[in-house]
Design a protein around this ligand. Structure first.
Ligand code: DX5
Ligand code: ZN
Length: 217
């Protein structure tokens, strides 16, 4: 059970100290948005490099960008732990996942809430992680979508069936109130932005969320 806080909810003017506040995290979730795939613009490679230089935690890069086939390998080459691209933004997801792995990074693919997982089950073996969005990507602070829970269950069953150690990440609206539902459905990596950064002590909130997830299992 891993908790990856999203720095989307951090104070971007003080990223170094904001990274220090989440030192209990398992990884730092970095939301890259291009104002095309989603209606919001955040940061790109120079800021990812600055984050890497200011934390010892692994970086979990979530690309919400168009033309992922073109851009995702460049992020993987920065030496980050994992790169997640959106299936809806990739023309050749199998080739892209292989390119990501060839850099030494973990390959991960994300699905928007209304994208079915079934068309992608035969390529699970190409992935180290599957991200099922529990909000429409683009903004922090949105409400968790319970309609994704059946898809999480189906994905968990497929992962178990594959016999491979593929992580199942959820992202969007995760908090003390919603994490148990995601755990029970089968998720094991949890992104939390507003719930962590709005807490008085983000590092403690991360432990609270992890303990809730561990207790539910
Ligand atoms: C949404 C991002 C999420 C977001 C999560 O597009 O991918 O990572 O920051 O924020 P919360 O936890 O506030 O929903
Ligand atoms: Zn994200």
């Amino acid at each position: 059970m891993r908790i990856n806080p999203s720095i989307l909810s951090a104070d971007f003017a003080n990223l170094a100290s904001e990274l220090q506040r989440i030192h209990t995290a398992d990884a730092v979730h970095v939301d890259v948005m291009d104002n095309h795939f989603v209606p919001n613009l955040t940061l790109g490679k120079p800021v990812v490099e600055a984050i890497a230089a200011n934390t010892g935690l692994p970086l979990d890069i979530h690309l919400m960008i168009a033309d992922a086939d073109r851009w995702a390998p460049e992020y993987a080459q920065l030496g980050v732990d994992s790169v997640t691209f959106h299936a809806e933004a990739s023309t050749a997801p199998v080739r892209l996942a292989r390119e990501l792995r060839a850099t030494g990074a973990k390959a991960s693919m994300a699905l928007r809430p209304a994208t079915a997982v079934e068309p992608y089950l035969d390529m699970l073996g190409e992935l180290d992680m599957l991200l099922l969005m529990t909000v429409e990507p683009g903004f922090g602070g949105q409400k968790f979508l319970d309609l994704v829970l059946p898809k999480i269950r189906r994905a968990r069953a497929a992962i178990e069936g594959s016999g491979r150690p593929i992580a199942l990440q959820v992202d969007g609206g995760i908090s003390r109130d919603t994490i148990l539902r995601a755990v029970e459905a089968g998720a094991d990596v949890f992104v939390a932005g507003s719930a962590v950064y709005s807490a008085p002590e983000p590092s403690v909130e991360i432990d609270v969320l992890r303990n809730l997830a561990l207790g539910a299992h």
